[in-house]
Design a binder for this molecule. Structure first.
Ligand code: SME
Length: 165
């Protein structure tokens, strides 16, 4: 049996993030600090980043980890599928996800959370792990709360500029 990680305290992470973000409303510094903090706090995560929507594509934004693919079409891979569905996707084993886009041979599991506000899709938050079954639905719910907090205080007008393809 694979050992389960103790659950992450997303409430605590959110408090740290709110402190880091302070009064900053611009999307890029907020996203950059979010991925940097999550990358340092979440165990067994080899890549975390944001893809921002530009028209019908997702384009690489702030991230931590190895260089990654720069553009993903909406509907393709785990990222593009989560974006189109506007729903988080937990992938316990990437080799079993049809159309999975491999960016690193190390990655075994993935979690993608869409960045949505109202009717608008701004992009996705993507996490990769070298461990099979690393992410749970509890991780998805915790990260969805973090995404709500991210977008709630973000200058969405500025973010919309990136999304015009
Ligand atoms: N695996 C993703 C591509 C992005 S990388 O994991 C950083 C996908 O299938 O959409």
């Amino acid at each position: 049996m694979t050992q389960q990680l103790p659950g992450t305290d997303y409430g605590q992470l959110l408090e740290e993030l709110q402190w880091l973000w302070g009064e900053e409303r611009s999307p890029l510094p907020r996203m950059a600090n979010m991925v940097a903090l999550l990358y340092r706090r979440l165990p067994e995560v080899n890549w975390i980043g944001v893809y921002l929507r530009e028209g019908q594509e997702l384009v690489l934004g702030p991230f931590q980890g190895a260089p990654a693919c720069q553009r993903i079409l909406l509907g393709k891979g785990v990222c593009g599928t989560a974006a189109v569905r506007r729903q988080s996707i937990v992938v316990p084993d990437v080799s079993r996800f049809p159309g999975y886009i491999a960016c690193s041979p190390e990655t075994q599991a993935e979690l993608v959370v869409p960045l949505c506000w109202g009717a608008e899709l701004y992009g996705v938050l993507d996490l990769d792990s070298p461990r099979l079954g690393r992410f749970t639905e509890a991780d998805a719910r915790g990260l969805e709360q973090i995404v709500v907090a991210l977008l709630q205080e973000t200058d969405l007008e500025r973010l919309r500029h990136y999304c015009q393809g």
